[in-house]
Design a protein around this ligand. Structure first.
Ligand code: NAD
Ligand code: TYD
Length: 368
């Protein structure tokens, strides 16, 4: 069975993955409204959607997913038949320092969307067909040992951080709305994303920007934690497949086929930035603090710092179900994806420089 979304509401569309998805969706579809609904928290940035303003299909609305009345009004006004739900508090370290916002947005906010969707789509039958897609994380499954099988869709939930616990709560609510009320839902649990527009509190952009300034590169603990890195463009393609071809009530794991230790990832980024700064004269002028501008190596900046409490050791994803049922397979190789991501941050320095004064410094200097 296939479903073709018409008018879509994209929550969190001014964040990292949401903005990439908005661009992907506008590029790959010809009709239907694209209503972006985002509170523009510290992580949301209207600049992530720059250049889309003149598109008549695209509407941006600033608002909070916990505000059910506004959500209902948007669903009615734009005859929305599909919600793609990205909005969340997304940074594990922040959830450790202050879980309340995570519980509010990730649990209460998701429930507010579900209530509004049920009310219009199930109770009032305002559209002939509908879909509620929830974007979740592999972190709900907890932590793997080095020899454990990768997470699959039936792996028991064992969230370890306040962030992953709230995402798990949201996943369960989505499931319950399908089972109890018949809401047409799909869920994707994906691994760590990387690519353009990622807020520089997350590992990859943080490391790139710190190298460019000659600042220490904080590696938590021994740096031997393993993540499966997924290029955001592969993730967007997977979501589009699930929206159209995923079975109602089903969960799909989405991975990048790129398990890597944090320390190897950081060293890889160091090598890419060193290479680019060494070979492009304009970069050593623009970023004189970068070690390569003085003939040094960026990896000399690596500092092993106090580990994150409850730090999950390893995530790995078995995406066989998405491959078998939807034809999903990640297309971007990690080395090439990291290089293109570094190049994006170099070419878009204004984008991240505008963020540095706001929240960034606080995070570079953070400790638990
Ligand atoms: P992000 O932090 O970059 O963006 C989140 C967006 O949600 C921001 O634009 C923010 O303004 C908005 N938002 C936050 N609270 C809101 C509220 N109450 N109402 C409306 N909007 C609100 O996050 P991201 O990295 O783009 O992640 C998107 C989704 O993907 C999240 O649900 C996250 O849990 C999930 N996910 C992310 C990753 C990753 O590696 N980034 C991995 C797995 C899953
Ligand atoms: P992060 O980008 O915060 O994603 P997540 O916690 O969702 O996996 O972190 C990725 C990995 O990098 C994680 O194992 C924590 C580690 N990390 C560091 O070692 N140093 C840092 O400064 C940050 C932000 C993360």
């Amino acid at each position: 069975m296939s479903f073709e979304p018409n008018n879509v509401l994209i929550t969190g569309g001014a964040g990292f993955i949401g903005a990439n998805f908005v661009r992907h969706w506008l590029d790959t579809t010809q009709q239907g409204k694209v209503v972006v609904f985002d509170a523009l928290t510290y992580a949301g940035n209207i600049e992530n959607l720059a250049g889309l303003d003149k598109n008549l299909r695209y509407v941006f609305v600033r608002g909070d997913i916990c505000d059910e009345a506004v959500v209902r009004q948007l669903l009615e006004q734009h005859r929305i038949d599909t919600i793609i739900h990205f909005a969340a508090e997304s940074h594990v370290d922040r959830s450790i320092l202050g879980p309340d916002d995570f519980i509010r947005t990730n649990v209460v906010g998701t429930h507010s969307l579900l209530k509004a969707a049920k009310s219009l789509w199930i109770d009032q039958k305002t559209v002939a067909a509908h879909r509620f897609h929830h974007v979740s994380t592999d972190e709900v499954y907890g932590s793997l040992g080095p020899e454990d099988e990768p997470f699959h869709e039936a792996t028991p939930y064992a969230p370890n951080s306040p962030y992953s616990a709230t995402k798990a709560g949201a996943d369960h609510l989505v499931r319950a709305y399908h089972e109890t009320y018949g809401l047409d839902t799909t869920v994707t649990n994906c691994s760590n994303n990387y690519g353009p527009y990622q807020f520089p509190e997350k590992l990859i952009p943080l490391i790139i920007i710190n190298i460019l300034h000659g600042k220490p590169l904080p590696v938590y603990g021994d740096g031997m934690q393993v993540r499966d890195w997924l290029h955001v463009a592969d993730h967007c393609e997977a979501i589009a497949l699930v929206l159209r071809h995923g079975m109602s009530g089903e969960v799909y794991n989405v991975g990048g086929n790129s398990e890597t230790t944090n320390i190897d990832l950081v060293h890889g980024l160091c090598a890419v930035v060193d290479d680019l700064v060494t070979t492009r004269d304009e970069l050593s002028v623009a970023f004189p603090g970068a070690p390569a501008a003085e003939g040094k190596q960026a990896k000399s900046l690596v500092r092993h710092v106090r580990d994150r409490p409850g730090h999950d050791r390893r995530y790995a994803i078995n995406f066989a179900k998405a491959k078998r049922e939807l034809g999903y397979c990640p297309q971007r190789d990690l080395a090439a994806g990291l290089r293109s991501t570094v190049e994006w941050y170099l070419e878009n320095a204004q984008w991240w420089q505008a963020l540095l004064g706001r929240e960034y410094t606080e995070w570079v200097n953070k400790n638990y």
